[in-house]
Unconditional design. Structure first.
Length: 647
């Protein structure tokens, strides 16, 4: 059998405009043909054949949507991004519209019986069950007027979500400060930020500026000014966008018979799988996190405030602009961990090959560089190979630029289908080109965890099960687990180098791990604040988004938000994660339990192989709880997370 060929990207502006226009158009035409065949299927078309047609249409839509979604967030040409956004909306509308098509529903419902589906295998039965569920969640059972309104609301959700993301992507802000405002910053950072003609230094809200400023700047006003600018990303533009998006989702959930958008979202997730009122389980889980982290956070906060008063005797509270600086200072002073010294061991040109070597060893793959056309010269592409067989292709777009996605995330490109489609996936990140903070290194490992999951889980027959296709509240667990390799002394020694070329000392890595325990409960409270905002904005539908957001951050953590700002306008996860930002801590509970299987030896080849086969390679072909139980030999529990939280 001939191996499937990877994607071929254009090399000129006209080619890119054609790529983001013609490929979606071809996918739409193919789906229309398949749907016509499905809708007119007679009794001679059995269950397997109907599901094969459904899978073919699903594959075409998923691949076309993934391609244009990635390019809408990454292509340097604004015209290409604009056309790509239009095509995302077109394809999403088609996907949602198919779930309102009664003829398609009838074609699948006709085989949704014990007798008709008797010959289906496990994957086909799972596909049928989930497709029927999707039709009902899409509104196919509603009357004509309600179905049309659901269609309008679904399309509007897509339009608003794209606008929300675009405003964040284009919302970069700058501040200007005097050179002495950079006191505490590493010398290489200062050298890269010379004063302009006005004698002032420009700092942007891009991560390579934001991260070092909030961790190293001893001048509180500088930290506060840049974090405040970051908290105003996409405001006021996204204020009205988010307000309408919340209303649209609430109305859609109500029409579909759910009490809230949180109830709608959780029906297909671990936390509420199979129920129509799982939103309350989010509140219960957040309450459990509150109880678990509260006492430790209350003990940590006075130490931060005391340290802040060392710099500013008049300080009355620690804010989010102080948080990372104070953690870094206390870890240096209490645990002898100097973040700038740690940073000096991590340069991008060593971290990238080190990450590839580490994960290659862990998952028994080799990353072979390929010289192919991509959307930007910064992109590095690799084939993922094992035993001479190409398993997939990855594309790494890792540095900031104007018009590009501003955070760090994995974007699928092609869902892997055995013998038909080579899985491809990409990272869009915003790392510094020189020295990297250890936090950036951890983030790189985290996002690469998604990437390798997408590729290794890409050997499937069914498109909807390919790659990172598990329940949404499990999807972060494999990436959070991979973060642990960025804390392993043996792993770090293999690719770090200090001023004299020596690897980072194991004793320093051990101190880093101990120091990381300090402030952990407060960091959980910070994440809990994001989760509360995500949940309550969707469930409470407040009239005043600013006041509600500030309230939830204030009551969740003793570390205060910056007042009268609008961080919700730049909270990009409110589109994709909706009411369910709790996902990060839910997945972390599982990730901590998965880690226990390695029993302290992260390079144990046998455990790594079992993990790859039991957790990553099945993709979404089994429930996440079953995947975890298959790997651990028992259901996952909360104990490992609680122990980690205690330090």
């Amino acid at each position: 059998m001939t191996a499937p060929a990877p994607l071929v990207f254009p090399t000129d502006p006209e080619g890119w405009l054609a790529f983001v226009t013609e490929r979606p158009t071809a996918a739409v035409a193919l789906v229309a043909d398949i749907d016509a065949r499905l809708a007119s299927a007679g009794v001679e078309v059995d269950a397997t054949a109907r599901l094969a047609l459904w899978n073919d249409a699903d594959l075409a839509l998923r691949q076309a949507t993934s391609e244009v979604y990635l390019l809408s967030e990454s292509h340097p040409d604004a015209a290409v991004r604009e056309v790509a956004e239009e095509q995302v909306q077109r394809l999403e509308a088609l996907s949602a519209g198919r779930l309102l098509d009664r003829a398609l529903f009838a074609a699948l419902s006709a085989v949704d019986s014990a007798e008709a589906s008797a010959g289906l295998d496990r994957d086909e039965r799972r596909l049928l069950t989930e497709a029927i569920r999707d039709f009902r969640r899409g509104g196919v059972d509603l009357d004509d007027a309600a179905r049309e309104r659901v269609r309008e609301l679904t399309d509007r959700d897509t339009e608003l979500s794209l606008e929300f993301s675009r405003n964040i992507r284009d919302g970069r802000r700058e501040i200007r400060v005097a050179p002495d405002a950079l006191v505490g910053l590493p010398q290489d950072f200062i050298d890269e930020h010379p004063p302009g003609e006005d004698g002032l230094v420009v700092l942007t809200t891009d991560y390579p500026d934001l991260m070092p400023i909030r961790e190293y700047a001893t001048d509180r006003a500088t930290r506060t000014a840049l974090v405040a600018a970051y908290n105003e990303l996409a405001w006021p533009a996204n204020d009205a966008v988010l307000a309408e998006l919340l209303r649209v989702r609430a109305e859609r959930a109500h029409l579909l018979g759910y009490g809230s958008w949180a109830d709608y979202e959780t029906e297909t997730r671990m936390i509420g799988r199979g129920t129509r009122s799982g939103g309350a389980a989010i509140a219960d889980f957040l309450g459990r996190l509150d109880e678990a982290s509260g006492p430790a956070a209350d003990a940590e906060y006075p130490l931060l405030l005391e340290r802040l008063r060392h710099d500013d005797p008049e300080a009355t509270e620690v804010t989010v602009a102080d948080f990372f600086y104070l953690l870094s200072a206390l870890r240096r002073e209490r645990h002898d961990v100097d973040a700038q010294l740690v940073r000096s061991y991590f340069t991008f040109d060593r971290v990238l090959p080190g990450l590839l070597t580490t994960t290659g060893r862990l998952f028994d793959v080799t990353y072979v560089p390929v010289d192919v056309a991509t959307w930007h010269p910064d992109v590095h592409s690799y084939d993922v190979v094992r035993g001479g067989e190409t398993l997939g292709r990855i594309h790494l777009d890792l540095h900031p630029r104007e018009g590009k996605y501003t955070h760090a995330a994995c974007f699928g490109l092609a869902p892997g289908i055995t013998g038909r489609v080579l899985p491809e996936s990409s990272l869009l990140c915003n790392f510094a080109r020189g020295f990297m903070t250890h936090d950036e290194v951890v983030t790189f490992f985290h996002e690469f965890g998604h990437l390798v999951h997408d590729i290794l889980g890409g050997d499937q027959r069914i498109a909807r099960f390919s790659g990172v296709a598990t329940e949404w509240d499990f999807v972060e667990a494999p990436s959070q687990l991979l973060e642990e390799w960025a804390w392993d002394a043996e792993v770090l020694a293999s690719f770090t180098a200090g001023p004299d070329g020596e690897p980072i000392p194991a004793e320093l890595v051990e101190k880093m791990a101990v120091a990381d325990g300090f402030g952990r409960a407060l960091e959980v409270r910070r994440q809990l604040g994001h989760a509360n905002v995500s949940y309550h904005l969707h469930v409470d539908l407040p009239d005043d988004l600013q006041a509600a957001t500030e309230h939830w951050y204030t009551v969740t953590s003793p570390v205060a938000p910056l007042r009268a700002l609008h961080p919700y306008a730049g909270f990009g996860h409110l589109t994709g994660y909706g009411a369910c930002y709790y996902t990060y801590q839910w997945s972390l509970v599982i990730a901590r339990d998965l880690l226990s299987a390695f029993d302290g030896d992260l390079l144990d080849a046998a455990v790594a192989t079992r993990y790859r086969r039991e957790i990553l390679e099945p993709g979404g072909s089994r429930d996440a709880a079953d995947l975890v139980e298959g790997f651990l030999g028992r259901p996952y529990g909360f104990d490992a997370y609680r122990e980690w939280l205690a330090g």
